[in-house]
Design a protein around this ligand. Sequence first.
Ligand code: CAA
Length: 263
Amino acid sequence: VLKNLNLKNIKLQVEGSVAIITMNRPKALNALNNETLDELNTIIDGISEDKEILGAIITGSGKGFVAGADIVQMKPYKAEEGRNYAEYAQNIFNKIESLGKPVIAAVNGYALGGGCELALSCDLRIASEKAVFGQPEANLGVIPCFGGTQRLPRLIGSGRAKDLIFTGRMVKANEAFSMGLVNKVVPADELLNEAKNIMTTIISKAPMAIKYSKISINKGADLDLSNALELEKDLAALTFASEDKDEGMKAFLEKRDPKFINK
Ligand code: CAA
């Protein structure tokens, strides 16, 4: 599915069962114009359909991860176009968030506006020491609209989210870590390897266990506790019915590594 894509602004490599998506529009610090969003959309659909791919890493080339929505493209927009643009990007980021496979953002540089929001739609965020995060939309007279006003407070709390969104200030990787915005900070030259190592650990587990725990965490966050626990029970039942559960528990009792088959 992923082989014959015609990509201009994003590089896609498949290493083993991991897709590595590199945002690559350096002249605009990888800002998300429509063409780039179209490519991202196609890639995510391809990863979703491809049974050989178990996880994805999103990173950027040059000094940007993604420096936001494309300001040149947005400048003439009025209400309707602005809303449509937000809706299109939100749909793609929703697909990333609900992908039945783990997605790690390996944040190499500027993750601003839509770039920070792209990282927020991933499951984990690993940052290079050179990474910079921020929601600078208020400088431009708009609000974060690729999910930032919703996912940022859900992840780091509304007080911290309002600090970033109201002031538009940029925070370096260590401060982002102290806010809970990133999982780990590593030297720049170790970033991709660290993301790959974490991904290798995750995909060595039963894929269905990862998929259903992801659904339980994400969907559960939108529910009250008793409904969320109902959801957890139903998803647990699905994993108990799986062949990988038989293998995982058998392997434990036989004191050997499990061989999961994603069934
Ligand atoms: N859209 C379009 N072009 C962008 C861009 C963006 N978001 N960010 C950077 N660029 C372009 C610059 O215009 C510049 O182009 P030229 O060479 O043609 O002048 C090129 O990328 C390199 O950028 P700088 O020269 O500005 O690089 P710098 O190192 O001096 O500064 C920066 C880096 C601090 C990231 C600065 O580029 C910057 O502030 N960029 C804008 C960040 C921003 O406001 N993003 C939020 C966009 S709004 C949004 O995303 C809304 C939403 O919720 C979805």
